[in-house]
Design a protein. Structure first.
Length: 254
């Protein structure tokens, strides 16, 4: 029996924030499905195991405009093109409108929203020069519904949601074979979410309460979010652009 080719066989995927969480899950899943990988993170040491597997790993501060150009150019130089970009790198900032500082606000927008703008811009530049491709932006349910204690985070993820749609419409209008979609997880078992929970006075109580708020009664798994990104990255979603894929255990259905 002939083995089934991977769903991303022959594609080159650039994934940011790949050292942990959803980014790592995307890297593992995309690699298993045949993609050539270029993985970036500000924590280069966290990518060491991928480097040992022969994957391309690059240190990247996603808020650095010049570094974005360097990273994309390096991937094109290595593989000849970029077929998929997963804009995954992000931070979680807790604070309501009265307690959030301007510095916190600006840092959150820079990492979560401006980096997506920069990544999309560089990906479009590279993809339109080749055969096109797919951009997958990792947003959040916090980009769809509000949360009183995450004003900067909500704003940043809402920006990702509508940046995605604008990029999708631009590429379609110009006739570029480039799709752009967003993924919106709710609470997922990642180091970032655990860090948020650890700031609570009673972490165990908060974790239980958050799980209860999700209709299916549990946190998501990073692999479940990566599976949504995989669909959007591959050719199965060829007619899907400007869409928001919600992977939230029913949270926003309430």
């Amino acid at each position: 029996m002939t083995a089934r080719p991977g769903r991303l066989e022959g594609k080159v995927a650039l994934i940011t924030g790949a050292a942990s969480g959803i980014g790592r899950a995307c890297a593992e899943m995309f690699g298993a499905e045949g993609a050539e990988l270029a993985l970036t993170d500000i924590n280069l040491a966290g990518l060491a195991d991928f480097a040992q597997q022969g994957r391309v790993t690059l240190e990247q501060d996603v808020t650095d405009e010049a570094r974005w150009r360097e990273v994309v150019d390096a991937v094109v130089a290595k593989f000849g093109r970029v077929d998929v970009l997963v804009n995954n790198a992000g931070i979680a900032t807790i604070g309501n409108i009265e307690k959030t500082t301007l510095a916190d606000w600006r840092r959150t927008q820079a990492v979560n929203a401006e980096s997506v703008f920069l990544g999309c811009r560089e990906a479009v530049r590279a993809m339109k020069a080749g055969a096109g491709g797919s951009i997958v932006n990792i947003s959040s349910v916090a980009g769809i519904i509000g949360d009183a204690n995450s004003v900067a985070y909500c704003a940043s993820k809402a920006a990702v949601r509508l940046t995605t749609k604008s990029v999708a419409l631009h590429c379609a209008a110009r006739g570029y074979p480039i799709r752009c979609n967003s993924v919106h997880p709710s609470f997922t078992q990642t180091a970032m979410v655990e860090g948020f929970i650890a700031t609570a006075r009673d972490p165990a109580r908060l974790r239980e309460g958050l799980a209860r708020a999700i209709p299916v009664g549990r946190f998501g798994k990073a692999s479940e979010i990566a599976a949504a990104a995989l669909y959007l990255a591959g050719d199965e979603s060829a007619f899907t652009t400007g869409a928001e894929m919600v992977v939230d255990g029913g949270l926003t259905a309430q």
